[in-house]
Design a binder for this molecule. Structure first.
Ligand SMILES: C[S@@+](CC[C@H](N)C(=O)[O-])C[C@H]1O[C@@H](n2cnc3c(N)ncnc32)[C@H](O)[C@@H]1O
Length: 184
């Protein structure tokens, strides 16, 4: 069901959805691995889709951890709200500051992204990355997967430290970026 839903969304908006199938559990595990779940207080997930990362996030988060899920597609977001009622929801990753105001979140410790940045026009990429940079606390981590190394240079201009991991067990094999915001 999930794969069919995802495929139908991809066929309707290929650039926004960015993949024909949801990520694998191998990629999902690699995306949540850098998070210190015992201390994380505020976490965002951008582009949750059918929720393969959301499932792990909801399982791993501590009782005091606030998680905000950003998903543009109404039906996928609605499905996630039903499955994970303890999380908070917003429709647009370009409006992270609005969601922070609504949910009274000072800054995020971690932002986990499934957004297909390479499909986005540069202006949208910059807009979302400006929001991400502003929303992260000093020393906070932005974790993103991409199917290429195209974003590496742009990320290096914004973040102090970048670590890369490769996950072959995914359609398509993916790179996981771990980008640390500088401490003040
Ligand atoms: C490549 S899919 C990833 C889905 C899921 N995280 C996974 O890995 O299987 C990208 C998702 O980002 C969503 N998306 C694209 N632009 C968005 C935006 N500006 N705000 C929130 N979600 C967005 C799409 O609707 C889609 O569900």
């Amino acid at each position: 069901m999930e794969k069919l839903l995802f495929l139908s969304k991809f066929l309707r908006s290929p650039k926004t959805v960015g993949s024909v199938t949801p990520s694998s559990r191998f990629l999902a595990k690699a995306m949540v691995k850098p998070v210190d779940w015992s201390s994380a207080k505020n976490v965002a997930e951008l582009g949750a889709g059918t929720g393969i990362f959301t499932r792990y996030i909801d399982q791993l988060k501590g009782p005091d951890c606030k998680v905000v899920i950003f998903e543009q597609d109404h039906s996928m977001r609605h499905r996630l709200q039903t499955r994970h009622p303890g999380l908070y929801y917003h429709h647009d990753a370009l409006k992270i500051s609005d969601a922070m105001e609504t949910y009274e979140i000072p800054q995020f410790d971690y932002i986990i992204s499934g957004l297909p940045f390479t499909n986005f026009p540069q202006e949208l990429r910059n807009g979302i990355m400006d929001e991400v940079e502003k929303a992260l606390k000093p020393g906070g981590l932005f974790i993103a997967f991409q199917f290429s190394l195209q974003m590496r240079k742009q990320l290096a201009e914004r973040f102090e430290e970048i670590d890369l991991a490769f996950v072959p067990m995914n359609f398509l094999p993916a790179f996981v970026y771990q980008c640390r915001k500088a401490e003040i």
